[in-house]
Design a protein around this ligand. Structure first.
Ligand code: AP5
Ligand code: ZN
Length: 216
């Protein structure tokens, strides 16, 4: 399966991606997780990226395209089982470059699923989110609490809040989304591979709708 998940911050991309991985064996490629791993390693890219992420801006197309190209051309799971792109593409140039890369690999994108939800519902989702940094697993203080407070169910390691999960940064992230990312919805509609689903429903219903879009 080769697909893209599109949606604003808190729409549920990172929540639904593991379901797709379990069902299809495809690789979860989250550019946000990749950047956060650079931040925690303290690399020069990580230092630069953290400033941009905390302000809700976008890291440059060239850097992001380079990261994805590297994964798509070297990750064995991506070439055999496919991939779930989460957080990429985020601009029209990124979408165009992705198509070019996949054409070269003779493995075009099959589906772009948009998780549709109103901005007002995202504040509580984002400010209540807890994440396990190493795996990218996310929980929610109220909607999806971990079994033990502030503890990852799988590893027992501590959960944290993302530094960009403040109301202030969220406003800027939503602004970037509407201005720079939403145009890719039309891009995929024109290609005939878009489906939109209601992401305000509970997670199980969202998952069922994703499966329907994929013909299951
Ligand atoms: P990224 O990590 O991609 O952040 P984002 O797009 O803002 O998305 P989120 O991770 O916040 O939302 P999500 O949809 O994954 O929500 P989740 O499932 O966790 O990117 C971060 C930053 O990196 C960007 O701002 C940018 O600076 C940079 N960046 C990344 N990619 C880039 C690119 N390609 N180009 C340029 N810059 C890039 O859910 C949220 C919460 O809600 C959780 O607590 C969850 O438990 C809960 N929840 C989920 N679904 C439901 C539901 N159905 N009902 C109730 N609660 C729910
Ligand atoms: Zn995410």
């Amino acid at each position: 399966l080769r697909m893209v998940l599109i949606g604003p911050p808190g729409a549920g991309k990172g929540t639904q991606a593991p379901n797709l991985v379990n069902k299809f064996g495809a690789y979860h490629l989250s550019t946000g997780d990749m950047l956060r791993s650079q931040v925690s390693q303290g690399t020069p890219l990580g230092v630069e990226a953290k400033k941009i992420m905390d302000q809700g801006g976008l890291v440059s197309d060239d850097i992001m395209i380079g990261m994805i190209k590297q994964e798509l051309s070297t990750n064995p799971t991506c070439s055999t089982k496919g991939f779930i792109l989460d957080g990429f593409p985020r601009t029209i140039p990124q979408a165009e470059k992705l198509d070019e890369m996949l054409d070269n690999l003779k493995a075009p994108l099959q589906k772009a699923v948009e998780l549709k939800i109103d901005d007002e519902l995202l504040v509580s989702r984002i400010t209540g989110r807890l994440v396990h940094p190493a795996s990218g697993r996310s929980y929610h203080k109220i909607f999806n609490p971990p079994k033990k407070p502030m503890t990852d169910d799988v590893t027992g390691e501590p959960l944290i809040q993302r530094s960009d999960d403040t109301e202030d940064a969220l406003k800027k992230r939503l602004n970037s989304y509407h201005k720079q990312t939403e145009p890719i919805v039309q891009y995929y509609k024109n290609k005939g591979i878009w489906s939109g689903i209601d992401a305000a429903q509970d997670p199980t219903k969202v998952w069922n709708d994703i499966l329907k879009c994929l013909g299951f």
